[in-house]
Design a protein around this ligand. Structure first.
Ligand SMILES: *Cc1c(COP(=O)(O)O)cnc(C)c1O
Length: 495
């Protein structure tokens, strides 16, 4: 009897072809390569067969099967009866399997409130940058050619001009990212020589970028001075030898030392460097091009003030506070930047035309500070008024249907956004969050389902609640979040 039931169910499993031609699944062959759809169907069907005949299979198939107090075969049959072989269910599983295999980079909604989120691509680009990429994308462009003479040009020439105009630097160069900028500078200026750095600045940025490691890669010999909390100018002075190649300052971009501290300001390092004829470099990391302090935020060192202090070389990311594509800019004294330009590594670290296009368009906005603040998403997010963020929360809540609200409590709460990307560490920016709590779906599960949405929605979890920070959510993404919640809570009436 039992065995017969099992056989019946096994027999009722549709064939690959049946599924392939079903109206539901045939839609998928329009989206994914046919062979991949076939493979996915096979895998799903195999999984179902396994779960019917295998001891442990069931749990893999459907996590919400009830464990019934009966033994062996009987238990399996009872569970098998619960297996949903409807085309919709199978479609869902095939689609999920395809999505998992095929999901590359895609648009995502950042509701984490971390503005420069490396996992989510750091900063979104401006319309200007996106349009400029679009303009040069599908045809030829003047990447390395002079329009007037027809002669071969230099690919970062315009970037250099713009950086000089904005920061006052004599010269500049752009490479793949700031890590590359630091590596290139060390390799050029300090290979085989000693680099003096304060113990408080041996930073690990994340993603295995550790200052001491980068130094040894750049062939430099690390000379640590001072202590974790206090370093004085004399510490640097006493460490200088005939082998010193560079004095390096690194912005403590992702942490803060508070209390009994002492650091040497850039200006004093520059004077010391001049006196002893040793170049001084500042790895700024985030590299603000506008003074956040003017707008009521804590101070984040700017490129301009470093140049003004007379630094020889300053390096910074172009996709952190600057709000451009991934890249690293090296700016400073012509004498030193020229040396870097001649290093063969520069060729290996060079950026592509898409980066150049987006970088130029982004930098142009900085020629007028107001324009930059108005147009650069990272900056508009930092400066977004609380009322605008609250408005987004209200709209989201009011657009959720009463049926869905019945499954959860949803409210607006106060919280803090973070800059991320190694700027303003420990300085939260007051924000408004959507707080979600459901007795039907635990927070981890709800967050996972939001990530499973198309586009995926990334949220925070705190104290058993899912929090959506509306500072980093675009106006036109609010309804996408609403639709995702509706879908999550309507599926099988929250099975
Ligand atoms: C972020 C950061 C880097 C690395 O920059 P990338 O552009 O991510 O390579 C290096 N130094 C500091 C101080 C940073 O904050």
């Amino acid at each position: 009897m039992c065995r017969n039931m099992q056989k019946d169910i096994l027999r009722s499993i549709p064939s690959v072809n049946e599924l392939l031609e079903s109206p539901e699944i045939s839609k998928l062959t329009g989206i994914y390569p046919r062979q991949l759809v076939v493979d996915a169907i096979r895998a799903v069907l195999e999984d179902i067969r396994q779960s019917l005949t295998n001891e442990k299979g069931m749990s893999r198939f459907d996590s919400n099967q009830k464990s019934l107090p009966c033994e062996g075969g009987v238990k399996k049959i009872v569970e098998a009866q619960a297996i949903d072989l409807s085309p919709q269910k199978l479609y869902h599983r095939v689609q999920q399997s395809l999505q998992q295999k095929f999901c590359g980079i895609e648009h995502a909604i950042n509701a984490t409130g971390i503005i420069l989120h490396t996992g989510l691509g750091r900063t979104p680009l401006t319309d200007e940058a996106a349009n400029q990429i679009q303009n040069i994308l599908k045809s030829f462009c003047t990447l390395e050619i002079e329009k007037l003479t027809g002669r071969r040009g230099i690919r970062y020439h315009h970037i250099e001009q713009l950086v000089s105009m904005i920061t006052g630097a004599e010269s500049a160069l752009v490479v793949n990212n700031n890590a590359a900028a630091v590596l290139l500078a060390l390799d050029t200026l300090a290979r085989g020589k000693e680099v003096i750095i304060s113990r408080s600045q041996l930073v690990e940025i994340g993603g295995s970028f550790r200052m001491p490691d980068v130094m040894s890669k750049g062939g430099a010999i690390l000379v640590e001075v001072g202590t974790t909390n206090k370093t004085y100018l004399d510490d640097y002075r006493n460490a200088i030898t005939e082998h010193t190649g560079l004095i390096l300052k690194v912005h403590q971009s992702n942490f803060k030392i508070v209390g009994f501290t002492e650091t040497v300001v850039l200006k004093d390092l520059v004077s010391l460097g001049k006196e002893r004829n040793i170049p001084v470099m500042y790895d700024l990391g985030s590299g603000a091009l506008i003074d956040l302090e003017k707008f009521g935020l804590p101070h984040e060192p700017t490129v301009q003030e470093s140049i003004k202090a007379g630094v020889d070389i300053v390096t910074f990311s172009t996709d952190k506070l600057m709000g451009g594509p991934q890249g690293g800019i090296i700016a400073g004294k012509k004498k030193w930047v020229d040396l870097l330009k001649k290093n063969p590594l520069t060729r290996a670290l060079r950026v592509g035309k898409l980066t150049i296009a987006a970088l130029e368009a982004t930098l142009k906005l900085y020629l007028e500070e107001d324009l930059a603040i108005k147009k650069i998403p990272a900056l508009t997010m930092i400066f977004a008024p609380l009322e605008a963020i609250e408005e987004r929360c209200k709209r989201l809540i009011s657009n959720v249907t009463p049926e869905t609200k019945a499954f959860m409590s949803i409210s607006t709460v106060d919280g803090l956004s973070e800059m991320g990307g190694g700027s303003l560490p420990g300085e939260g920016i007051p924000t408004k969050l959507i707080s979600l709590y459901s007795e039907k779906i635990p927070a981890e599960e709800l967050a996972a389902r939001l990530r499973g949405n198309t586009p995926p929605i990334f949220a925070r979890i705190e104290q058993g609640r899912v929090l959506l920070d509306m500072r980093t959510v675009y106006d036109d993404e609010v309804d996408t979040i609403v639709a995702a919640l509706e879908k999550i809570f309507s599926q099988g009436k929250v099975n």
